[in-house]
Ligand binder design. Structure first.
Ligand SMILES: *[C@@H]1O[C@H](CO)[C@@H](O)[C@H](O)[C@H]1NC(C)=O
Ligand SMILES: *[C@@H]1O[C@H](CO)[C@@H](O)[C@H](O)[C@H]1NC(C)=O
Ligand SMILES: *[C@@H]1O[C@H](CO)[C@@H](O)[C@H](O)[C@H]1NC(C)=O
Ligand SMILES: *[C@@H]1O[C@H](CO)[C@@H](O)[C@H](O)[C@H]1NC(C)=O
Ligand SMILES: *[C@@H]1O[C@H](CO)[C@@H](O)[C@H](O)[C@H]1NC(C)=O
Ligand SMILES: *[C@@H]1O[C@H](CO)[C@@H](O)[C@H](O)[C@H]1NC(C)=O
Ligand SMILES: *[C@@H]1O[C@H](CO)[C@@H](O)[C@H](O)[C@H]1NC(C)=O
Ligand SMILES: *[C@@H]1O[C@H](CO)[C@@H](O)[C@H](O)[C@H]1NC(C)=O
Ligand SMILES: *[C@@H]1O[C@H](CO)[C@@H](O)[C@H](O)[C@H]1NC(C)=O
Length: 839
């Protein structure tokens, strides 16, 4: 009996959690649901389709044919049957005009079921459907069974016109129409290009898409009622090439949406909770692919969205697998646990874009990666295949014209509701767009070209212009992204390289402060032609920075290579380097919280470099002088001149000449000259100790055992007395638990062998945790300053005499970055916290 109560309690709790945490249900601003030809409201699941009469204001047509049939003849399953009972028949061009209260992506769902009404035989109807900008179908006909066609279009005008045009002497009809707002984050602008080694593909935001297939691997039909965006998902069995090679799994309760992961709007629990894996029953070591095949129309590109949720692994880093679309890698050595901040059961999806297809089928396969040969497996939970509009904006190979917008009527429907919701949504939209926009396009590989490309910084237009190269080819705006700035503009910005504007000098050359004509502050790095870091590093930096856009990586604004100059222009980082704030520059001392937040920011930037892209990128020169701070003390990683693309399929390291900065250098890399992401982790560990101790990493003026910070700090950390050597300004200000976590994290980073070091994702997680441990103290009211019995004791002055005794900082930094997309799940941090407090 008690058990039953307990069950009920947990049920209630989980339902509560479910609703509170994750069903911040999306409420569409525009939500037109019309049952055409119907005289009354039609309830379909949890949605009400209004009667046709309410659409009269929206419709302009010469005819008024409302058709209806009896239910019996309809062979559709599910609730939507009732929608097919009635239809509107058009004998001439007719159009619906929907006022749009929130511009952006909208679903258009069209329902068709042909029947004969009076003298109108809809089975012989042939027609096209188009909007102002896109042809949806042309010469379309429906023979027998009900058809629902789903599109999503980015609507940029105040009204959406849907025009039905009968072909030559035929008729057109429609049974129901939906025009519904789509959450702005559902289709991001950037995907991965399948035919181009998974480099980024941008421009998806503007695409018109038609849902061709939407499949729930290993699971049942999911009806619109079980999907927050009213989508329909079908089972995958009919698409499997060899059914016996796949085996389904279901663990709906194991799905854990987390901050930064895919959301319910991306796919519901019913999709992420089930999947197909390799059927290795006969022999667990068997190596094969599981393949699905889908009919598609040739002559189009397709956006393929792959949904994953690892519900089969027992532990982290167990499952490595590959996914192919048409035999090309869509995912290589995918390890979901790493991508998902070291958690299992966290949903993840990936968008890949195919090349123009020439075949009428598209094959999706999954198979084991060579990384884990012992127990080969692979999974897939869901799949969406969306047709992308062709170069003339059409989703149909036919030749129908787009709709005509003149004479549109009824502009006031829904304006009042829209105005209120619109205002709220605009704010959210603006925020999301901002995030999306930051992920800008990858720059086309630079060519030897003497053409002069005008550059203006006064708006986004300057970033998207196409350019003509001297050989006459025009590069389309989507594939070309120019950052090139004329030398004259650079000279103007820096007062002709005024020596008094120099803010730094490095191996590469001088760094000037500058100001563009629109007032934007910039940092201008001018390469010294005889510098040891040559043209290769100049290019690396441009290529890296134009590909990687992240709030914790310094952004490149432009470059200039006129007259053999090597000039890089960056966003200006008001507060300079982290190093400058730690010692020797007289800046006010940073508080422990500020330091933790800076470390977390930098770790996020590095984590993104290591995992955010198809190939890992190794920074190779992680140090406090390369972590810059903006006016809010937000950390950004800079200086990519030495970066290298990391290990690929068959290699486990990049073999290369040893470069980097003394004191931060990974000893393993030094010994074996083999570079992995773990070399960055080592250097970052040194930075962590530097942040804690506020002293240079190499200080030859100190007694011998103290010269090298990494060695010195590790000695004290191993003794468990790290507090003896911390920055005196932090004395009594760090909670012991926070310091312990921080020390352990730094120690692990400095492990002798790369394999023993954590990933940047782990480091990030642990730092977040250290911050939480510090914050928890504040929340409990046990202010560290007041409760010194809890605190780290006074320091022995002789070990700390190298520190400048700056006074404690009074700045309270609020600009935390928990909302970062690449962030670690805060809920996990909290749950960990609860566990440790409960012990
Ligand atoms: C649909 O209409 C019914 C009445 O027919 C009403 O009770 C219900 O609340 C409506 N549902 C929605 C989602 O508007
Ligand atoms: C309607 O048209 C279809 C195809 O043109 C034809 O097969 C069917 O017999 C017609 N039905 C009636 C009732 O005329
Ligand atoms: C359209 O109709 C005209 C005459 O009715 C006919 O000559 C022409 O071939 C038709 N075109 C198509 C594409 O069916
Ligand atoms: C719609 O397209 C415009 C221009 O292509 C783009 O700026 C905007 O972000 C898109 N909106 C959505 C919701 O994708
Ligand atoms: C999983 O597969 C088994 C046998 O292959 C089948 O009976 C079952 O219905 C499947 N489950 C789902 C949810 O499709
Ligand atoms: C769909 O939702 C209904 C209740 O709304 C529930 O009974 C059913 O199990 C759900 N189906 C799936 C596949 O989740
Ligand atoms: C799986 O498919 C890919 C792409 O077609 C192919 O390269 C690979 O060899 C296949 N693996 C196996 C084990 O058949
Ligand atoms: C889709 O259409 C737009 C114009 O509406 C065009 O700019 C874009 O390039 C098209 N997409 C593709 C993949 O051709
Ligand atoms: C658009 O509408 C105008 C006026 O209503 C008409 O003259 C023109 O032919 C139409 N164009 C198309 C392509 O339908």
């Amino acid at each position: 009996m008690g058990c039953r109560k307990l069950c009920l309690f947990f049920c209630a709790l989980s339902i509560f959690c479910f609703h509170v945490c994750f069903s911040a249900n999306f409420v569409p601003v525009d939500n037109y649901l019309i049952d055409c030809g119907s005289s009354s409201v039609t309830v379909v699941g949890n949605r009400n389709f209004s009667a046709d009469s309410s659409s009269k204001k929206l419709l302009s047509t010469q005819q008024d044919v409302l058709a209806s049939t009896s239910l019996k003849s309809i062979t559709s399953s599910g609730d939507s049957t009732t929608l097919y009972q009635t239809a509107r028949v058009f004998t001439g061009s007719s159009k619906y005009t929907f006022p749009i209260n929130q511009k952006g992506r909208h679903w258009i769902r069209l329902y068709f079921y042909p029947f004969t009404y009076q003298n109108h035989n809809m089975s012989s109807a042939k027609f096209s459907v188009a909007t102002q900008n896109n042809v949806l179908v042309s010469d379309f006909s429906v023979q027998k069974d009900p058809v629902m066609k789903e599109y999503s279009l980015n609507v940029s005008s105040n009204s959406l016109v849907i025009a039905f045009t009968p072909s030559n002497g035929s008729i057109a009809f429609v049974n129901a129409i939906e025009v519904v707002s789509v959450p702005v984050e559902l289709i991001a602008d950037v995907g991965l290009s399948l035919s181009n080694g998974l480099s980024s593909y941008s421009g998806l935001a503007g695409q018109a898409l038609e849902t061709v297939w939407r499949v729930n691997m290993g699971g049942p039909d999911v009806s619109p009622d079980n999907d927050t965006l009213s989508r329909t998902w079908v089972p995958d069995l009919n698409f499997l090439k060899e059914k016996n090679l796949a085996s389904n799994f279901s663990k709906v309760g194991g799905v854990q949406y987390a901050s930064g992961s895919a959301t319910q709007n991306d796919a519901p629990v019913a999709v992420y909770g089930t999947g197909q894996e390799m059927n290795s029953q006969s022999d667990p070591r068997l190596n094969f692919n599981v393949t699905w095949e889908f009919q598609v129309e040739p002559g189009f590109q397709y956006l393929v969205r792959l949904h994953f949720c690892d519900l089969v692994s027992q532990g982290l880093n167990e499952l490595y697998f590959n996914v192919y679309v048409d035999s090309l890698y869509a995912a290589k050595d995918l390890d979901l646990s790493t991508l998902n901040q070291n958690a299992l059961g966290v949903p993840y999806y990936r968008d890949v874009v195919t090349a123009l297809t020439s075949s009428n089928s598209l094959r999706v396969s999954m198979g084991p990666s060579s990384i884990n040969k012992d127990y080969p497996n692979a999974i897939l939970n869901g799949l969406e295949i969306m047709k992308m509009n062709n170069s003339v904006g059409s989703l149909s190979a036919g030749t129908a014209a787009v709709a005509n917008n003149s004479g549109s009527n009824s502009k006031n429907v829904g304006v009042i509701v829209g105005a209120v919701l619109g205002a709220v949504c605009a704010v959210v939209l603006a925020g999301l767009l901002f995030v999306l926009c930051r992920r800008r396009r990858r720059m086309a590989r630079r060519r030897q070209s003497k053409s002069w490309i005008p550059f203006s910084i006064n708006g986004t237009a300057s970033h998207t212009m196409g350019s003509k190269y001297s050989n006459g080819t025009t590069i389309s705006a989507a594939s070309n992204f120019e950052y090139r700035v004329p030398l004259a503009a650079v000279q103007e910005a820096t007062n002709n390289f005024d020596e008094s504007w120099v803010i730094g000098i490095g191996g590469f050359g001088k760094v000037y402060k500058g100001e563009l004509s629109d007032g934007t502050k910039v940092a201008v790095k001018r390469g010294n032609p005889r510098s040891q870091q040559g043209i290769a590093e100049f290019r690396t930096e441009i290529e890296m920075l134009s590909q990687f856009r992240h709030r914790h990586l310094v952004s490149l604004i432009g470059y200039c290579d006129e007259r053999n100059e090597m000039i890089l222009i960056y966003e200006y980082m008001e507060k300079g380097t982290l190093k400058g704030h730690l010692y020797g520059s007289g800046f006010p001392t940073l508080s422990w919280k500020e330091r933790l937040e800076i470390c977390i920011g930098a770790a996020r930037g590095l984590h993104y470099l290591h995992t955010g892209y198809a190939k890992a990128v190794i920074h190779r020169d992680v140090k406090s002088a390369n972590i810059l701070l903006d006016e809010n003390l937000m950390a950004k990683v800079a200086d990519f001149g030495l970066s290298k693309t990391g290990p690929e399929l068959d290699q486990t390291h990049v073999s290369t000449a040893v470069k980097g900065s003394f004191g931060y250098l990974d000893p393993e890399y030094f010994r074996r000259q083999q570079l992995t992401e773990k070399s960055d982790v080592y250097s970052f560990g040194v930075v962590l100790f530097e942040v804690l101790c506020a002293r240079p990493v190499i200080d030859p003026s100190l007694p011998r055992e103290m010269v090298n910070l990494a060695e010195w700090a590790m000695k004290w950390q191993k003794k468990g007395q790290l507090e003896e050597i911390i920055d005196p300004a932090l004395a009594n200000k760090i909670r012991p638990e926070s310091l312990r976590k921080f020390g352990e994290t730094a120690e692990k980073c400095l492990a002798d062998f790369g394999v023993d070091r954590p990933s940047m994702g782990d480091v990030l997680w642990n730092l977040e945790y250290a911050l939480q441990l510090q914050e928890a103290a504040a929340a409990e009211g046990s202010d560290p300053q007041e409760n010194s019995t809890n605190m780290i004791g006074e320091l022995s002055p002789q070990v700390n005499n190298f520190n400048n005794d700056a006074s404690a900082s009074a700045i309270n930094f609020e600009g935390t970055s928990v909302d970062d997309l690449s962030g670690v799940s805060m809920s996990r941090v909290f749950s960990q916290l609860v566990k440790s407090e409960g012990r």
